[in-house]
Design a protein around this ligand. Structure first.
Ligand SMILES: Nc1ncnc2c1ncn2[C@@H]1O[C@H](COP(=O)(O)OP(=O)(O)OP(=O)(O)O)[C@@H](O)[C@H]1O
Ligand SMILES: [Mg+2]
Length: 363
């Protein structure tokens, strides 16, 4: 998968930009705050219709304007043009000139794997952040997963508000709650299975990848779920047993909305015991495993974005990492230190994009 051309209108600090890219390697460089991350963020938004940062879509719109447009031309079986338009009121997406009404039908079309220094949150932060990373990874490969997840979240809302109603009004029918609970369980099982399958696959790839980056240690991801090793009948019995507690709290206390996973290195929890460097290597290994899964499951090579990786790692590690990237992967690397990257790449063919005072120069 390759993006041939990108057009931006009022995206972050860019007013109007038209850029073409190398089909393999693109290096974006410039000083801090110049707009390097913004540029790769635009590619990510084109693929997923939202940013990878924990901020609202509104901040993507250039200050003092009220609409941003990101347009990309992609190489595929035949060339297609993708468009994401954001306004404070909402978003629209288009493929060629056809409006796509369901976002879930758009976001698995362009596949992107991005590394950003903030991704360490995947280890350090809360389960809900980790679930987000997992959801994005699986959704890009499996449209059904995103649909199931959206439906599950809707069912949780319905169930929680009905629990509150039942608590206040003793007359509310328990049989209605049973119907909602059964749907929740059926749908939760599907999500559990997708997550379990994905993490099992990740584990197959992540062991050798981590070893070749860090040189030693066995990295694994352990999935933790209320739904683990339980069938529908057993799960329904648990919901029955928990009813009094759910009523008292006015919410559903059990389910895949509490799922979590941990990284372990030689059996030790990386969040508790890992060094900064080990944590970084683990996250990067996850990203490369994601790439491998795309290849094996969908037979596509996603666009790879490595934002500020250089400041995160020493040269030796970066060299190991760059050696993974084969010529079929279109890669974007951002850096403030162009000389360092150049010395690593030697005379490898690439496109360099320099940003000075918010202006782009193709070198
Ligand atoms: N909505 C917006 N409108 C106008 N400017 C914006 C908007 N959002 C961000 N910016 C500007 O974009 C700049 C930051 O760009 P970006 O994060 O891409 O920098 P960078 O080159 O990646 O820097 P670093 O090397 O520090 O990571 C800031 O100067 C910020 O003020
Ligand atoms: Mg940046």
């Amino acid at each position: 998968m390759q993006i041939l051309e990108l057009k931006l209108l009022n995206f972050r600090n860019y007013e109007r930009v038209t850029l073409s890219f190398d089909s393999h390697l693109n290096i974006i460089y410039g000083p801090n705050g110049s707009g390097k991350t913004n540029l790769v963020e635009a590619i990510y938004v084109l693929a997923l219709t939202r940013t990878f940062k924990q901020v609202s879509d509104k901040v993507l719109i250039r200050k003092d304007t009220n609409l941003t447009k990101i347009e990309g031309r992609l190489k595929g079986d035949y060339e297609k043009s993708y468009k994401v338009i954001l306004t404070p009121e909402g978003k629209k997406v288009k493929i060629d000139s056809n409006k796509i009404t369901k976002i879930s039908e758009y976001i698995s079309k362009i596949n992107v794997v991005l590394f950003h220094p903030n991704d360490l949150k995947m280890i350090k932060d809360t389960p809900s952040i980790r679930r987000k990373y997992l959801n994005i990874a699986i959704s890009q490969q499996n449209i059904e997963y995103l649909k199931n997840l959206t439906y599950y979240n809707k069912l949780i809302k319905i169930r929680n508000s009905y629990l509150k109603k039942m608590y206040i009004n003793g007359q509310a029918l328990e049989s209605y709650l049973d119907v909602v609970t059964e749907k929740l369980v059926e749908n939760g099982i599907k999500i559990y299975q997708s997550r379990n399958e994905y993490i099992t696959l990740l584990n197959e790839y992540i062991v050798p990848i981590y070893k070749s980056i860090a040189l030693n240690g066995t990295l694994q991801i352990q999935y933790r779920s209320d739904f683990a090793h339980k069938n529908k009948k057993e799960l329904l019995a648990i919901y029955k047993k928990n009813l009094a507690r759910d009523l008292a709290f006015g919410k559903t206390n059990f389910g895949i909305h509490h799922d979590d996973f941990i990284f372990t290195l030689d059996g030790m929890d990386l969040k508790e015991y890992g060094s900064e460097g080990q944590q970084k290597n683990a996250v990067i290994s996850w990203k490369f495993s994601e790439m491998s899964i795309f290849k094996s499951k969908k037979n596509v090579t996603p666009i790879l974005i490595l934002d500020d990786l250089l400041s995160e790692l020493d040269k030796e590690k970066l060299k190991n990492i760059l050696s993974f990237i084969d010529d079929k992967v279109q890669t974007f690397i951002t850096t403030t230190e162009i000389e360092k990257v150049e010395s690593l790449l030697r005379d490898k063919k690439c496109k360099k994009i320099k940003i000075v005072n918010g202006k782009l120069e193709e070198v």
